[in-house]
Ligand binder design. Structure first.
Ligand code: AHG
Ligand code: MN
Ligand code: MN
Ligand code: MN
Length: 334
């Protein structure tokens, strides 16, 4: 049991190979880990501590906030703002990016996060998560919004924590993807899923079918062909899953392959896509690509998009390589 690799040890050993590493990144990650352990506790205790249900407020996304959307956001912000490692933060739950309070030192990184992903699942006791991404910032300056608007290829690190039957953290620093399980007994994340790889082939898709009538032709075509099963051009039967927690869909795909689509749709011209580029699509795209998968809008690689705002939304198609490539080809042909 003594040779178990904790997340802290893993990061310290990985950073040892990075020239000029000052330890700042290691400490920043450790602060994120602490925040996520605190969130895990809150999520786990649920109604025992009265944290379920709606807060009655609305966020900048136009979504009714759950109490836990606000509580988890406060935990993230208050665990990271004093550390001296960050120049600023941006979150799904804050209209504007978050400055570091003047009494604290400013550092060379930016953190962007979705503090509670899948929050519609919280009251029905299904898996939820936290998604985060770390970017570099110009040092010693008060950041402007433009400092956050970096392509996904520039991420230093991306990760998510899933609060499911086990609490797990999945992490990449651009050198593969590793999964850690929280050992509640000792309060440490332990490396349990080294070098996660996504199978290139799959016969499982995830999409919210209730939006079918609003999709574009290439997505209609792809899903129609999956549904035709052995009788159609694909010549095989497909299975479907939809958890409505991005973290849970991504974790399933990392474990056994699959394809996830939250495509463009024409329901509401003001909101042509649902998922947010900075703190949902980009971190997941980094992780999925590092595990051998692909992530696209259908027309463009997610990681190559130059963001236009911190809350920008994009269509997301990600997962097993050959399947995502097929959907991208259908977009090119349309
Ligand atoms: P969040 O809870 O952070 O607002 O994100 C919800 C997202 C994502 O987790 C999931 O993939 C998707 O919304 C589900 O959307 P539908 O409810 O439209 O299916
Ligand atoms: Mn939300
Ligand atoms: Mn989310
Ligand atoms: Mn959220």
């Amino acid at each position: 049991m003594n040779n178990r690799v904790t997340l802290t040890r893993f990061i310290i050993e990985q950073q040892a190979n990075v020239p000029d590493a000052s330890g700042t990144f290691t400490m920043l990650l450790s602060n994120i880990v602490t925040a996520c352990k605190e969130i895990a506790q809150k999520v786990n205790r649920g109604q025992l501590i009265g944290v379920l249900g709606s807060a009655g407020s609305e966020n900048v996304q136009g979504e009714v906030q759950k109490k836990l959307d606000i509580i988890t956001n406060d935990i993230m912000v208050n665990s990271l703002n004093w550390t001296g490692h960050l120049a600023g933060m941006a979150s799904e739950e804050n209209d504007e990016f978050i400055s570091i309070p003047p009494q604290y030192k400013k550092g060379k990184y930016l953190a962007v996060f979705d503090p509670l992903d899948g929050s519609s699942n919280i009251d029905v006791n299904l898996a939820v998560g936290t998604i985060f991404s770390i970017l570099r910032c110009r040092e010693g300056v008060e950041p402007e919004e433009g400092d956050f608007l970096r392509k996904g290829t520039e991420q230093v690190c991306a990760g998510f924590v899933i609060y499911g039957p086990s609490t797990m953290m999945v992490l990449t620093t651009g050198n593969g993807v590793n999964g850690f399980t929280l050992d509640q007994g000792i309060g440490e994340f332990i490396l349990t899923h080294p070098n996660m790889r996504i199978p290139e082939e799959t016969s499982e898709f995830a999409i919210n079918m209730s939006n079918q009538r609003f999709w574009e032709t290439p997505v209609q075509r792809y899903i129609d062909e999956c549904l035709q099963g052995t009788e159609g051009v694909r010549g095989k039967d497909f299975n479907m899953r939809w958890v409505a927690s991005f973290v849970a869909e991504a974790y399933r795909i990392l474990t056994r392959g699959g394809v996830f689509l939250y495509p463009w749709d024409n329901r509401d011209p003001k909101k042509p896509a649902k998922l947010r580029l900075l703190y949902e699509a980009n971190p997941m795209a980094f992780i999925i690509e590092q595990a051998g998968g692909l992530c696209s809008t259908g027309r463009e690689r997610i990681l190559d998009i130059k963001p236009s705002g911190v809350h920008q939304r994009v269509p997301v198609i990600l997962g097993s390589k050959n399947e995502v490539q097929r959907i991208v080809d259908y977009h090119l042909q349309s």
